[in-house]
Write a protein that binds this ligand. Structure first.
Ligand SMILES: [Zn+2]
Ligand SMILES: [Zn+2]
Length: 145
């Protein structure tokens, strides 16, 4: 069985059908606002490999930028997913929502330029001011923040 997770109130539950990859911190303003925290950790799975196992009708989504949207529990607000137009084949999920958030560890930081100054992650992972240079789907052109 794959990794499982859910929201704070327990209404929404999910299961991953494959092992997540590209796990990293994001320090962008949208992550700060959606989480109420200085940064979020996301990892990716192929579109369709995250299955809602309960509460699917409570899952809501909102456009969060010109190129993406966010998915969250409509009952308690826990943020789950980020999906961006330049990577339609994958979804990014919030690693903190896993039942075992330690099951996968971040390997990089993105949007380091908008890091909250008092937040020091205390690691030596690669830091990128915005997207990683090899971000799938961007090929040298970056959408606006
Ligand atoms: Zn909830
Ligand atoms: Zn972000």
């Amino acid at each position: 069985m794959g990794l499982t997770g859910g929201c704070m109130c327990g209404t929404v539950r999910y299961e991953l059908k494959s092992d997540p990859f590209d796990c990293g911190w994001c320090h962008c303003r949208t992550c700060q606002l959606t989480s109420g925290a200085p940064a979020m950790v996301f990892a990716s799975v192929p579109e369709g490999d995250l299955a809602w196992t309960s509460g699917a009708s409570s899952v809501k989504s909102v456009a969060s930028s010109s190129f993406g949207h966010r998915t969250f529990c409509g009952e308690c607000g826990t943020p789950f997913l980020m999906q961006v137009d330049h990577q339609p084949e994958t979804i990014d999920f919030s690693v903190a929502t896993l039942d075992d958030p330690g099951a996968i560890a971040p390997m990089f930081h993105i949007f380091w330029a908008s890091r909250v100054p008092w937040f020091d992650p205390g690691d030596d992972l690669p830091r990128h001011d915005r997207f990683r240079p090899d971000t799938r789907g961007l090929e040298g052109t970056e959408p606006p923040e």
